[in-house]
Design a protein. Structure first.
Length: 201
């Protein structure tokens, strides 16, 4: 595993144009267009929430809240940024609200549930049987390490590594600058490397 290796951006210009077209139709009250947006992006949203929070039920609940917010905010939508950036900004706000609620309630997410979510919302092929135990141990260690990061570091790592989002879009989501995002990611990766030292050899 390399903490510096980011996932390549998955969206294309054509897909972004499709998203904007669907969002404009949604803005006009087209429920079918909204449902298409949900189908296109629900795995990404729920997967991001799961990486940040877990467990499965809560991640899906918050993912549902994200799309409810999209529908309610559709009338104010303007394509000044990529749709996925706007979508992840909504996701960020709801996730950070949930993090603060948990801190107040002193709740601790269940690691086993988050591992289940990571498998359900991963696009990777299933590992070979003799790798399952090692992979599960490593994934749990990664999840625990990521959860220990401050909010902005956690969000930046998930958006960059798992969603393949460019620095500029992460900066928009986190409402900061590109140099600040790079600094946040550098600190986050340094902390993760320290916490995962025994797995990194």
């Amino acid at each position: 595993m390399s903490l510096n290796q980011d996932r390549p951006a998955s969206g294309t210009g054509e897909e972004e144009d499709d998203d904007i077209a669907l969002m404009r139709r949604t803005k006009a009250g087209d429920l079918a267009a909204f449902e298409q947006l949900v189908m296109r992006h629900q795995h990404s949203v729920v997967g991001t929430v799961a990486k940040l929070l877990g467990p499965l039920g809560e991640a899906e609940d918050i993912g549902q809240q994200v799309f409810i917010r999209v529908w309610k905010s559709a009338g104010r939508y303007e394509p000044s940024a990529k749709f996925t950036t706007w979508l992840m900004t909504i996701t960020r706000n709801l996730v950070f609200n949930e993090m603060r609620r948990r801190r107040r309630a002193q709740l601790v997410p269940m690691e086993s549930d988050r591992s289940e979510v990571a498998h359900q919302y991963s696009d990777d092929e299933a590992p070979a049987p003799n790798e399952v135990l090692l992979d599960a141990e490593l994934q749990q260690a990664i999840d625990t390490a990521i959860e220990s990061l401050p909010e902005n570091q956690r969000m930046a790592i998930v958006l960059r590594r798992y969603e393949g989002m460019p620095y500029e879009e992460i900066a928009e989501v986190l409402k900061t600058s590109v140099p600040a995002v790079k600094s946040i990611l550098f600190r986050a990766r340094s902390e993760l490397k320290e916490k995962l030292r025994k797995y990194l050899g």
